[in-house]
Design a protein around this ligand. Sequence first.
Ligand code: GLN
Length: 483
Amino acid sequence: MDLTDLTIKEAHQGLVKKEFSALELTKAYLDKIEKENKEIFAFLTVNEDLALSQAKKIDDFIAEGKKISILAGIPCAIKDNILVKDIKCTAGSKILENYIAPYDATVIKKLKNQEAVILGKTNLDEFAMGSSTENSAFGPTRNPHDKSRVPGGSSGGSAAAVAGNLCCFALGSDTGGSIRQPASFCGVVGLKPTYGAVSRYGLVAFASSLDQIGPITKIVEDAKIVFDAIKGKDEMDSTSLNSKFKIQKSKLQIKIQNLRIGIPKEYFVKGIDPEVEKVIKGAIKKYTELGAKIEEVSLPHTEYALPAYYIISSSEASANLARYDGIKYGYSKFKIQYSKFKSLLDVYLKTRGNGFGDEVKRRIMLGAYALSAGYYEAYYLRAQRVRTLIKEDFKEAFQKVDFILTPVSPTPAFKLGEKITDPLTMYLSDIFTVSVNLAGLPAVSIPCGKVGNLPVGLQIIGRAFEEEKILKIGKLLEDYELR
Ligand code: GLN
């Protein structure tokens, strides 16, 4: 038995039945990382000692006959923009190359309370800006399904780590698609929770009104386990909430015959790869075979979602990234040579000029421009109005249907280097994911087939705080594929 193949529940049962120890489980993953990370480059930092000591602790618990939680001893990977105390947190940027996190993010505190084993920190596009993980200052991650291709982004390291069995589950963050699109490219499950469902405390901020942390897992059931572990109101994040809906302790089962599924006509237009469209339509057909009623819905402002997203997210990023000034957060190569700076401005210019990569600079400039006097109304304010219209579109559609199905991405994983020199083409790969963030809704990417050997994900969008339901719908498709 290869221990790295196991799902969370299987690994948990193995630990409880003493078929293997937590130490053996963690070592199996560390060995795999040792062998394969050089090529895939999913991990930026591996915490071997810490992981082994955490695992040993679980073995002691088990030996003492203590009851362990479902995540106890389960090896996981954390996107490197989420703070884990005393471990480097780079956000994929040179500017934070030597930054050691002084505290745990709330999600990490929750995982540690459940005694999950943290194997290390995963690669990402710098400050989570990108769709391929090629914007990482430390080099790109490769897709385990085809190493000449990208894993998607920005949580590409987390998705590749799960797909390549370099961890049992991972956390990512999603501002405009960064959990769902890499999950789709890597053939794994990725859940973007409702805005506010999971605390953002300890997440390196990109666009605070859009950012959410969520799980990337091998199967749907695991996504539910991890989401249940990390969700909930946190007094350190005033935008976090407790779900209004009672989450029943139910199994992941649902009566499909009573459900109405919406297909937005604006999502099946020119620009989508015909092979991807075929796979997505095939998945939709499976739901009809299972008895769901399919209805066409309209989300009429979809075409404005991408420009609105790039204006709002870049505006917020330009404000959030102002803190990296070389003083509070160093680009320490310069910090230690203060005498060499001519003035305070020189500190800022050298730190930011050398510390940020091209894409981050592009977003800061775009955002600062959109927020500047004279342009604010024309860009930022207008984008906010579009955001309201997009929310209304979903509200209306959800009067008619219970769920919405769409592709996650217009193409399967593309080649490394294919889009990196053309930011607009890169932005287009977010066309099906950004609306969900603008509307604050939950959505999950479920593997639903392949184009050649490349996985394709189906996006299931639900009403706010209906994570449980969209996961149930996803499970139906997963079960269908297995039968
Ligand atoms: N690809 C999108 C961007 O570059 C989304 C990123 C994200 O969700 N973090 O903005």
